[in-house]
Design a protein around this ligand. Sequence first.
Ligand SMILES: O=C(O)CCC(=O)C(=O)O
Ligand SMILES: [Fe+2]
Length: 195
Amino acid sequence: MPQRTRLNLPDAVVYFDPQFFSKEEGDLYFDRLMKEINWQQESIKMFGKQLPMPRLTAWYGDKSYTYSGLHNKPQPWLPVLQKLKQKIEQASGHKYNSVLLNLYRTGQDSMGWHADDEAELGQEPAIASLNFGGERKFSFKHKTRKDLKPQSINLTHGSLLLMQGPTQHHWLHHVPKTTRTVEPRINLTFRKVVT
Ligand SMILES: O=C(O)CCC(=O)C(=O)O
Ligand SMILES: [Fe+2]
């Protein structure tokens, strides 16, 4: 991964490659994932009400996992996902057994502040996040150090973001809504569920 840079975040190990896949490869993966993934509209319980999640999701892999209060029973791996998993494992030097996919249909779809620090991911989870389609802003905010400003990057078409080491212990991340007109975006986060 020649263009990989390390983000300058204290208490974190985060690498970013803005063009892990070429535009052409990225376009092909985007189309395949749009068609082949069994996208679901899940709901979340907030303030005692069931609300639709502001994005579509899907969970594939070997182990079930609880995320955003949802018990996710995974669907079996698809060839396209296995191919991506293999490439990401090679590039990151980590193994994964699950992938969560998010589809942000418009700028109104989003993901709130969170850390991927569930017990099922182990002590220092390695998470590999792959992006296809519309470019969206992604921000980091330190959990306790108010002297550190939030930092943002643009998750470009074909980009790969690796979050490792103590990152999830110390930092939150989110994908804010935008009023800009943006193309639909597919994000895949490869994870290793250990329990
Ligand atoms: O869409 C993104 O880039 C964020 C995804 C994410 O943080 C997650 O699935 O935990
Ligand atoms: Fe996350």
